[in-house]
Design a protein around this ligand. Sequence first.
Ligand SMILES: Cc1ncc(COP(=O)(O)O)c(C=O)c1O
Length: 287
Amino acid sequence: MGRIAYVNGRFVPQAEAMVSIEDRGYQFADAVYEVWALFGGKLADPEGHFARLERSLSELSIAMPMSRKALTLVLKEAVRRNRVREGLVYLQVSRGVAKRDHPFPTTPVRPAVVITVSAVDRAASETRAAKGVGVVTTPETRWGRCDIKTVGLLPNVLAKQKAREAGSVEAWFVDELGFVTEGGSSNAWIVDADGRVRTRDTNANILRGVTRLSLLDVIREAGLEVEERPFTPADALAAKEAFITGAGTLVLPVVAVDGKPVGEGTPGPVATRLRRLYIEQARSTAI
Ligand SMILES: Cc1ncc(COP(=O)(O)O)c(C=O)c1O
C-alpha cells in the first residue's frame, strides 16, 4: 500500500503530494515541525509535543492551523489511513504561501500544513539499542533560537552527515565553552562516575526535547539522581554511560565518542533500564 500524506486539508497519495514553490517553508525555512513516536498506532507524549508546537508557532507569530483537538483528529486519521502501528508522525506547519519577500506577508495567508506517517521496525531498533551507537563531536554552528523547532536544519544536516561518514549515528554539538549542547536530532546525556544522570539545562541554546522532559520524570520515579548541568566530551569519556533521547531514537545507549569507548564500550545498565521504562511509560500514556 502506498503512503498517504495530508496536505492542506486533503489526504493524497504521498507520491502525488505537492506544495507550492512559494511556500515560505520551502523558500525561507519559515516553518516549524513536530515528530511524534507512534506506539500501537497511538501518539506518544501528546501533551509535550502539542505544547511545544504551540510554543514554536507562537515564537514565530504563526497561528495554530486548527485547534489542538482538530489537529489530534487529523493526525490520528493520517495514522489510520497509513495503517502504521509502530512508527513516526511528522507534522510541518509553514507560515503559508506568498510572493517571495522576507518580511511576513502583509495580507494574511493561511499556514500550510503537511503530515506524513512512516513505519519503524521496532525489532531492528531494539537490536541497535542492544549494541549501542557511536557519536562524533562537532563545533556548535547553529543560530541562537534552537528552542524553536524550525525546519531550518542545515547545520544539523551537515553534522549528521559528518557522523555518518565516521560510521556514527549522531553528532554532538560542542559550544565555545567546550560543553555539549545536544545532538543533531536528539538530546545528550551521561551517567557520571557517581551514578548521577546528567543532561544540559534548558537555559542553554537547545531544543527542549519532549522525550527528555518525560524521561526526567521516569528517572526520578526510578529513584535515580538527575542533574541538568553541562558536560564536556571528556566528561562523557570519563562517565560510566552515555545515551541520547528523541522521538526517533527513544533512549539509545552511546558506546563511543569520537571513536573512543564510553565506560566498557557497551550499553550500560542505566541507559538500558531507562529505555525500557521510558517505552513502557510512553506506550501506556499514548493517545
Ligand atoms: C536538535 C534536536 N534536539 C533534540 C531532539 C529530541 O526532541 P524530542 O525528544 O522532542 O524528539 C530533536 C528531535 O528531533 C532535535 O532535532
